[in-house]
Design a protein around this ligand. Structure first.
Ligand code: ATP
Length: 302
């Protein structure tokens, strides 16, 4: 079942187009990573998914139902949007108790369970206004998860968390999705999302410029062979004679972008050695996710 569908979802603020005909389809149990630079349109899209903001154009279907037409399944959804909202003068536990009542939940154990799960035990009697950013984010997640929603919509949930907190939240999201929860999660850092997402959507200037599965992402990362010898310029001449297209990178190393060079690195090594230029460095190098992200966005601007 498709849990989220958007059809040409668009939002204009006066003449400025913040979200431009975004079409997304997300299957049950999927973790959809929504990536974009600051101002790309992530929060605006999320606000429209939650009907906190009306689209100028287009539609949103959650669990197969148009949310503009008397949608009633909000209790199946948990969310964090932008900075986590908590009542500053209530403690962590009181915030959760209030949310428990607002959601009209019944099982009192849900509060203790979520405090335990988010490791908020030692902070449960602290006022929300006195929490660190990371723990405030945990409280936000606790509120999003307390009622065991089928769909989680999270805007930058890793903001403010320390490295251990980031790992814990990632693990938690992975576990939730394995148990069938569908997760829509935004971030401006592709590397963070790529570790958990089953599908990635890149939004730039309001447009969904690329959508790919984690397997497709891995395939699209550019791979190259990096080589260093005692005379790289001479080595380049020799490699050119052999039909390769080598270049010099900023570290004065030789790079061959042609991926066939990776599987033929033995042959290249032997060839250079036979020509008195044995490589003292020869390794495959894979483009990192941030470079891929920037490359995708640049291509879009050209
Ligand atoms: N209420 C509003 N009125 C006018 N412009 C707005 C409004 N809300 C958002 N925008 C503009 O729409 C664009 C998209 O904003 P949005 O908050 O969706 O981006 P984002 O991808 O979530 O960015 P960030 O990572 O910085 O939160 C921005 O240029 C923003 O200034």
């Amino acid at each position: 079942m498709k849990v989220i569908i958007t059809e040409d979802l668009s939002k204009k603020f006066k003449s400025f187009i913040a979200v431009n005909k975004v079409n997304i389809e997300i299957e049950e149990g999927e973790i959809y990573g929504f990536v974009g630079l600051n101002g790309a349109g992530k929060t605006t899209t999320i606000r429209m998914l939650l009907r906190m903001m009306k689209p100028t154009d287009g539609k949103v279907f959650l669990f197969g139902k148009d949310i503009a037409k008397g949608f009633e399944q909000w209790n199946d959804i948990g969310y964090i949007v932008e900075s986590t909202y908590a009542y500053p003068n209530l403690t962590v536990r009181e915030n959760l108790e209030l949310f428990f009542m607002l959601r009209k939940l019944k099982e009192k154990t849900l509060i203790d369970n979520i405090i335990e799960k988010l490791k908020l035990n030692e902070y449960q009697n602290i006022l929300a206004k006195n929490l660190s950013l990371g723990n405030l984010q945990r409280l936000g997640l606790a509120k999003a998860l307390i009622h065991k929603p089928k769909l989680l919509i999270l805007d930058e949930p890793l903001n403010g968390l320390d490295p251990i907190g980031i790992i814990e939240v990632r693990e938690m999201l992975r576990e939730l999705s394995q148990n069938g929860t569908t997760i829509f999660v935004s971030s401006h850092i592709l590397a963070e999302l790529a570790k958990i997402a089953t599908k990635i959507g890149i939004i730039h200037r309001g447009k969904l410029v690329k959508e790919l599965t984690s397997v497709q992402l891995e395939k699209q990362l550019k791979k190259r062979l990096v080589i260093s010898t005692k005379d790289n310029y001479k080595a380049i001449e020799l490699l050119k004679q052999k039909g390769w297209v080598p270049s010099i990178n900023t570290k004065n190393e030789i790079e061959i972008l042609d991926e066939r060079a990776l599987s033929r690195s033995d042959e290249i090594c032997k060839f250079l050695t036979n020509n008195d230029l044995p490589p003292y460095k020869l390794y495959p190098f894979e483009e990192d996710l941030e470079s891929f992200f920037i490359r995708t966005i640049r291509n879009e601007e050209e």
